[in-house]
Design a protein around this ligand. Structure first.
Ligand SMILES: Nc1nc2c(ncn2[C@@H]2O[C@H](COP(=O)(O)OP(=O)(O)O)[C@@H](O)[C@H]2O)c(=O)[nH]1
Ligand SMILES: [Mg+2]
Length: 304
């Protein structure tokens, strides 16, 4: 063995942490799910769907990419949002590579400039993905590529569509190029470090996001109170509570004669069944916890 080999025992393999950051709604979680071929991070049309840092592992020949999906970066006011933005920015410190995602169809200049400011302060390499190219025309795209290539020293700028799957291989190759040499950090096929019960709670929260109107989603947290396997693993029984901040929100989540809650429960159950690969019995409760999103103790209890 040459001294070289002793110093670099993994010259044939690359691995590292990739922080996916960007404005709310850029398509970060959609991209992660698409790359993994499985849903681990919830998505919706509404900003601030993702609240925690979500870890996803992708294996490629000769490389392992560990993605950290983050909440959207924006200048935050409310306590819950400040906490959420902190989560996103703190992942920059751990990352070997930053994947910046922008919505090419609806640029959010304020958030993007803020993010570039934060990036400029670090030496971490960054790749830019200009997402949603299925929605825009080429001249618009070229202008964006020009603008952002000048604003920051990106290692690569790759136009993609996370929903259609366009150019994702090119994006992954560009990221692997930049990753350091090193052994896989997770056993191959790990997918995520998140417990199934956490993802189940997120799936319920996603249905509330998607099935209720403007104000309710931001006031919602979900806890899993029981998660029990039965019938030798052929059935999982789940009890979950949807926490809201006000009585009026409780009324909206429950709906007329319980119709909305039923709809949320059925949609969530189907998705949890797909994830677990077995039948699921899901019982939902709705509880008012006054102003929890302004109360750091309550936020911590809900996992934020
Ligand atoms: N047309 C189109 N929509 C997309 C694309 N990627 C994501 N979206 C949509 O954009 C919205 C926000 O996506 P999400 O992944 O939750 O964004 P995040 O907040 O950055 O995690 C969702 O409604 C997605 O379906 C894309 O490539 N094309
Ligand atoms: Mg997200």
């Amino acid at each position: 063995m040459t001294p070289d080999n002793v110093l670099e025992p993994h010259r044939d393999f690359k691995s590292g942490l990739v922080a996916i950051v960007g404005a709310p709604n850029a398509g970060k979680s959609t991209l992660l799910n698409r790359l993994l071929g499985q849903k681990i991070s919830i998505t919706s049309k509404k900003p601030q769907t993702t609240r925690n840092r979500i870890l996803g592992v992708m294996d490629r020949p000769g490389a392992q990419l560990i993605f950290l999906d983050t909440p959207g970066v924006h200048r935050a006011g409310k306590p819950l949002n400040v906490r959420i933005v902190d989560v996103a920015l703190s992942t920059l410190a751990d990352a070997d590579l930053v994947l910046v995602m922008m919505d090419a169809a609806a640029p959010d200049s304020d958030a993007e400039n803020y993010l570039i400011e934060k990036l400029a302060a670090r030496a971490t390499p960054a790749v830019l993905a200009l997402n949603k190219i299925d929605l825009i025309h080429k001249p618009q795209l070229l202008a964006l590529i020009e603008r952002w290539s000048r604003a920051h020293n990106f290692t690569a700028v790759v136009p993609v569509s996370a929903v259609k799957g366009t150019q994702l291989d090119g994006l992954v190759d560009a990221m692997i190029q930049v990753l350091p040499q090193g052994p896989p950090l997770f056993p191959p096929g790990s997918l995520t470090d998140l417990p199934e019960r956490f993802i189940a709670g997120e799936m319920i929260r996603e249905k509330v996001f998607r099935l209720t109107g403007e104000e309710v989603p931001y006031a919602v947290a979900v806890t899993i109170d029981a998660f029990k396997e039965e019938k030798g693993g052929r059935l999982v029984k789940i009890h979950a509570t949807i926490h809201v901040e006000r009585n009026s929100q409780k009324g909206i989540v429950i709906g007329k004669g319980g119709a909305k809650l039923k709809q949320i429960g059925e949609a969530a159950r189907r998705e949890i069944e797909r994830m677990l690969g077995c039948r699921v019995f899901l019982k939902l409760f709705v509880r008012v916890q006054k102003n929890w999103s302004r109360d750091s103790k309550a936020m911590a209890r809900f996992g934020y």
